[in-house]
Design a protein around this ligand. Structure first.
Ligand SMILES: *[C@@H]1O[C@H](CO)[C@@H](O)[C@H](O)[C@H]1NC(C)=O
Length: 382
């Protein structure tokens, strides 16, 4: 018994536990395709969807994983930076009942919207991809709490040191609404409902005992190859000439983000001891589009993986479906496939959130446990 091989690992585990002191002991994530690391692919099986095909996954995993990316997403980088395993997709842990879920689970589903399907059914806007909305993902989490909290059922203790990444949400709500003809006034109304939904999810998680919830704002939608293709215009006045992004789409993202921050402030007043963190994806990403060369990027608005056109994005075929092709060096592209970012961009964004000037998180994430050596290792290995 003394010579049981597993005992050899005990000292190593102790070291890991110690090094995580002050930071987070688990990471749970909710969201859409910017955060989904395998759920939609598993939920669509046996049908293989485009993110289940190469070149998705080629850079880091060397096989497709269901991520809309050549490699890691922000949630993956965050977990690695905090010395945690990449949180497994919910669909995997709900199948393999024996998997340890205490270090985290990823509930995000590509295509997911923030608002309930019932609501959209009433106003006649359909989501062609999934009905696994924010509400559905939160229910999955709540059903899993007995496994997450362990045999001691110490949910308070377990969740207190957890980090929840809640979003971003809203990208699909607005995109499907726009495609189906929603006016600006209608989208502003949606923004109120979406930010309410996000903040009530924050309150719910904090009331369950979660110590830190990070809520990202919308990304600069007007810079994405998908938006530039759908909403392109001969009127140069529509564009920010320094970045090539569409102004009215970015202004709407700013509108959403302002509302979200106002409502997060209200949640902070209600729960003063919880860390309710706003992650400014918008300005971090815009910084990349403004100074790409400074950070090693040579292509900004065009997608790396696509099927031609001014932004290498074709509405009819998604990356992974024939006849899309992939660029030789994704590490110099910001945009992967139209709506999503490359691993290189996700790495840069994560680094900006953790230690960039201003750090783009308010209040700051607790990074006291991240050693320089460990963080450098995870940011460089491929
Ligand atoms: C979502 O639910 C609606 C009914 O509420 C259904 O018509 C639609 O097919 C569902 N969409 C998906 C992608 O499952």
């Amino acid at each position: 018994m003394i010579n049981h091989p597993f005992l050899c690992f005990v000292p190593i585990l102790l070291i890991i536990a110690q090094s995580a002191e002050g930071c987070y002991t688990s990471i749970f994530a909710f969201g859409d395709s910017l955060t989904d690391n395998g759920n939609l692919l598993a939920l669509s099986a046996p049908r293989i969807i485009h993110q289940g095909r190469l070149p998705n996954g080629e850079t880091y995993f060397h096989h497709p994983t269901g991520r809309c990316c050549d490699g890691r997403l922000i949630v993956d980088f965050l977990a690695q930076q905090f010395g945690l395993p990449i949180p497994p997709p919910y669909t995997e842990v709900s199948k393999e009942r024996t998997m340890d879920v205490r270090a985290g689970v990823n509930f995000a589903v590509a295509g997911a919207r923030a608002l309930d399907t019932d609501f959209y059914d009433k106003i006649g806007i359909i989501d062609p991809v999934t009905n696994d909305t924010l509400r559905v993902q939160l229910d999955w989490f709540k059903h899993m709490l007995p496994s997450i909290c362990g045999p001691e059922k110490d949910c308070g203790g377990q969740l207190k040191s957890s980090l929840v990444l809640l979003g971003p949400f809203g990208g699909n709500d607005y995109r499907y609404a726009l495609f189906q003809g929603a006016s600006l006034a209608e989208r502003k109304l949606l923004a109120h409902l979406i930010t309410d939904a996000a903040v009530s999810a924050v309150n719910e998680l904090v009331e369950l005992g979660v110590g830190a919830v990070m809520v990202p704002g919308l990304v600069p939608d007007g810079c994405l190859a998908v938006s530039l293709t759908y909403f392109g215009s001969p009127n140069t006045g529509n564009y920010d000439l320094s970045t090539g992004c569409i102004n009215w789409l970015n202004e709407f993202a700013e509108y959403h983000n302002e509302l979200l921050q106002t409502k997060l402030n209200m949640a902070r007043k209600r729960h003063p001891t919880a860390a309710i963190i706003y992650a400014d994806y918008y300005n971090a990403i815009l910084q990349l589009y403004r100074n790409p060369e400074e950070y090693g990027f040579r292509r900004t608005t065009a997608a790396c993986c696509g099927d031609g056109g001014p932004y290498n994005y074709n509405k009819e075929v998604q990356c992974g479906d024939p006849p899309t092709t992939v660029c030789p060096d994704p590490s110099v592209y910001i945009n992967w496939d139209g709506p999503h970012f490359t691993e290189a961009a996700n790495r840069w964004i994560t680094s900006a959130l953790l230690r960039g000037p201003g750090r783009y998180t308010l209040p700051h994430l607790d990074t006291s446990c991240i050693s320089e050596a460990a963080s450098a290792r995870h940011f460089t290995d491929a």
